[in-house]
Write a protein that binds this ligand. Structure first.
Ligand code: MF3
Ligand code: CO
Length: 271
C-alpha cells in the first residue's frame, strides 16, 4: 500500500526534512580529526532537540537488527558504509565518514545521508564520493511523474557500473511519510520501465551506496548493525527524501549547505 501525500503534507515533510539538512550540516562541520563519533551524535541530537523534532533512528529495531538502534545518526567510517552506531572512535585525518540522519517533526519524517572526508581527501575517495552523489542526483532526476520505480533504480545502477564501483541491491531507498520506512522499496539497480508508476504525492528516500573495490559483498559486524565492505574497500552513501510532484521531483531534505573552505582544511567540493 503506497500512501500519496497532499500538498500540505508534503510541506510538513519539507519542514521535517529541513531539520535533517541542518543536523547533517552541523555534524559535518563538527567532524574534525580527534572528534569522537559519540560527540557527533550529540551534535545532531542537539539540532533535533532544538527544532522540537524526535529521532526515528533512536530505538528503532527492524527485523534484521538484534538490538534497538542506539543513536540519532549512523556514522560509518571508511570500509563501513551503512548503519554504523555512534562509537567512541576518534576520527583521523583522511577518514571517509558517511552520516545518515532522520527527523520526525509534527508527525512527519525526513531521512537523508551525506559522505565526506575528514581533513584530506584522496583522489580515489573523491571519485567514489563524486560518483555516489552523482547517482543520487540521477536517481532524483528520474523520479518524474509517470516514470517507474525501475527508472530510478536503473539510473543509479548504471552509474555504479560505468564507474566500476561495487553495488548491492540490499538496503536501497524506500517510501517515507509518517514513518521512516514505507512502501515502495527502491533497489539501487533495476530495469527501466518496470515497477510502480510514480504519481504526484509519492514521497520516497533515494539512497545509493557504492563500494570502491568494485565488489558487492558486505559483512555485518557483531553489533548486528554496522555494514562494511567484505574486501576492506571504502564505501560512500548519499540520500535525500523527495516528493514526486506535477512539476517533477522536489527535494525535501536539502540541499545540505556546503561549508566554506577552511584554511588548511578540506576544499569546499567534497568536505
Ligand atoms: N537511511 C537509513 C535507512 O533507510 C536509516 C535507517 S538507520 C537506523 O535504512 F538506524 F535507523 F536503522
Ligand atoms: Co533511508
Amino acid at each position: 500500500m503506497v500512501a500519496l501525500k497532499t500538498a500540505g503534507e508534503i510541506e510538513a515533510m519539507a519542514a521535517a526534512g529541513a531539520v535533517v539538512a541542518r543536523a547533517l550540516a552541523a555534524t559535518r562541520d563538527a567532524a574534525r580529526p580527534g572528534v569522537r563519533l559519540t560527540e557527533l551524535d550529540e551534535v545532531a541530537h542537539a539540532v533535533l532537540r532544538e527544532a522540537g523534532a524526535s529521532s526515528p533512528f533512536l530505538g528503532y529495531q527492524p527485523s534484521f537488527a538484534p538490538a534497538p538502534y542506539p543513536g540519532v545518526v549512523c556514522l560509518s567510517v571508511n570500509d563501513a558504509v551503512l548503519h554504523g552506531p555512534p562509537s567512541h572512535y576518534a576520527l583521523r585525518d583522511g577518514d571517509l565518514l558517511s552520516v545518515d540522519c532522520g527527523a520526525t517533526l509534527d508527525g512527519w519524517t525526513g531521512d537523508a545521508a551525506i559522505s565526506f572526508c575528514v581533513g584530506r581527501t584522496s583522489a580515489g575517495d573523491a571519485h567514489l564520493l563524486e560518483r555516489t552523489e552523482a547517482a543520487l542526483a540521477a536517481g532524483i532526476a528520474a523520479a518524474q511523474p509517470g516514470a517507474r520505480i525501475g527508472d530510478i533504480s536503473a539510473a543509479i545502477g548504471r552509474i555504479a557500473r560505468a564507474a566500476g564501483l561495487g553495488l548491492h541491491t540490499d538496503f536501497g531507498g524506500h517510501g517515507v511519510g509518517r514513518t521512516m520506512h514505507e512502501s515502495p522499496h527502491i533497489a539501487n539497480d533495476g530495469r527501466p520501465g518496470r515497477g510502480l508508476t510514480l504519481r504526484p504525492g509519492l514521497t520516497v528516500a533515494i539512497e545509493p551506496w557504492f563500494l570502491a573495490g568494485g565488489q558487492d559483498a558486505y559483512l555485518v559486524d557483531d553489533d548486528g548493525w554496522t555494514l562494511r565492505s567484505a574486501d576492506g574497500s571504502r564505501g560512500a552513501h548519499f540520500e535525500h527524501t523527495i516528493a514526486v510532484t506535477e512539476d517533477g521531483p522536489r527535494m525535501l531534505t536539502g540541499p545540505v549547505a556546503r561549508p566554506l573552505a577552511r584554511e588548511g582544511g578540506p576544499g569546499p567540493r567534497f568536505c
